[in-house]
Design a protein around this ligand. Structure first.
Ligand code: ADE
Length: 427
């Protein structure tokens, strides 16, 4: 099979290990499993082609297998140079017959080359994570746009970019904002990012969180999750925000709230999840304590201004995997000593750990699978706009998840239903 399956991966001999990992994660992905069974019977994608740009993990493998069961021919490429699980990539190619172009630690050049290979496969549907593929398509391959039925987008960051495309009038096919489904962001962004980010910090450093000051930059759903889990491990948590409502939420949740300029002087561990550029900048690096740990869990590696940190540093040494010591030049900084950057400022949860746990990716990828089906089934009726899946899809996924957890809930009685639908009954 490997002769005919196209690929550019690290090492095919890792396939058996990767397959065990895929099977392990499948145990926690019962909702996706149900969808896979249905796709297998109905073959909704028979003969279709798509490009999946995602973190190449065991969870993504289960999604790819589900799409294949539905008849889809999908090419997989990495959405981040550091997040690929090489054993999983090998299993997908060798055991599951799915073309993969992704290697952990691939260069920027290879990352871009893989996007080109993916687009050369002439996809009709694109599943993106960060919107790099869609941006490349619109900028560089206008002639291919007419073949696109639609796209789906996994992250907040990608959705911000798609919104900008829509506002500029260049979005020329329907785009499903998967992140905006409740069964995606309320679970994946909050509990997934919350747990896996701390997991990444711990696997990279093994520091004791209890008693440390953890600064969480950004209090969206990801920031909420990280702050909650850091507090649970005993950290004194400071939140920084630019949105007054979110800042107020953080304060009322019991966190300290202050500008990053002040937090920089107090923190022991800094974690960015703002989706914005250089939120930790030169002045902040100059004022951090010796030994500060700095990392990012936002989609792109631009939240930390690492060039500025390099400019005030005498040396950069990898002191252990995923930990680089920047020794600050005493002549250029207000505080002496070193700053340790984790995972090169890339998503720490996927660089140093294994990403979100399968149980939350189950719901995220159930949304992705159903979004692809939604695009295919409604292709003649959708506007070329950014849109969400219908709310019934959220209800269905949540119900299946509850079922898989053995949890039943109450039903509205006829009396309750009548009350809910009337306005005449008051005090
Ligand atoms: N994004 C965050 N965690 C992930 C995972 N485990 N698999 C795929 N994408 C992810």
């Amino acid at each position: 099979m490997t002769q005919t399956i196209k690929h550019d991966i690290a090492d095919l001999s890792l396939a058996d290990l990767g397959d065990k990992r895929i099977k392990w994660s499948a145990r926690e992905m019962q909702v996706l499993h149900k969808i896979r069974e249905r796709f297998s019977r109905e073959k909704p994608f028979a003969g279709m082609r798509m490009l999946v740009c995602a973190h190449i993990t065991a969870e993504t493998a289960n999604l790819a297998i589900t799409l294949k069961e539905g008849g889809m021919e999908a090419y997989l490429i990495a959405s981040n140079p550091l997040s690929t699980q090489d054993d999983v990539a090998a299993a997908l190619v060798k055991i599951h017959g799915i073309p993969v172009f992704a290697k952990k630690g691939e260069s920027g050049e290879t990352y871009t080359k893989h996007i080109e290979i993916g687009l050369d496969s002439k996809p009709q549907i694109i599943m993106d994570d960060g919107s790099d593929v869609i941006a490349t398509l619109l900028k560089e391959r206008p002639s291919q746009v007419k073949d696109i039925i639609g796209c789906t987008e996994e992250t907040t960051t990608g959705i911000v970019r798609l919104k900008a495309m829509e506002n500029e009038g260049v979005l020329s096919f329907p785009a499903i904002a998967v992140n905006d489904s409740k069964t995606k962001h309320l679970f994946d962004n909050r509990y997934g990012t919350g747990q896996s980010t701390l997991d990444g910090v711990l696997r990279a450093t093994n520091v004791l969180i209890a008693g440390k000051v953890a600064v969480v930059l950004g209090y969206g759903w990801c920031g909420k999750g990280i702050a909650m889990r850091a507090k649970g491990l005993g950290a004194d948590v400071i939140v920084t925000e630019i949105d007054p409502v979110k800042a107020l939420e953080a304060k009322m949740e019991g966190f300290r709230v202050m500008p990053i300029a002040e937090a920089a002087k107090e923190g022991d561990i800094f974690i960015t999840v703002t989706g914005n550029r250089h939120v930790v900048d030169l002045e902040h690096f100059k004022n951090m304590k010796d030994g500060s740990l700095v990392c990012n869990s936002g989609h792109f590696n631009l939240e930390l201004n690492l060039d500025a940190l390099a400019d005030i540093s005498l040396s950069q040494d990898e002191v252990k995997p995923f930990v680089v010591e920047y020794k600050r030049d005493p002549a250029k900084t207000n505080k002496p000593g070193s700053i340790f950057v984790l995972g090169e400022g890339r998503l720490i949860n996927l660089a140093a750990a294994e990403g979100h746990p399968s149980a939350v990716m189950d719901m995220s990828f159930a949304n992705q699978a159903l979004a692809v089906e939604f695009l295919v089934k409604n292709q003649d009726n959708l506007d070329n706009k950014l849109q969400t899946l219908p709310p019934q899809v959220d209800q269905e996924i949540a119900q299946l998840k509850l079922d898989s957890m053995g949890i039943s809930i109450d039903l509205l009685s006829p009396e309750m239903l009548e009350y809910m639908n009337s306005w005449t009954v008051g005090t």
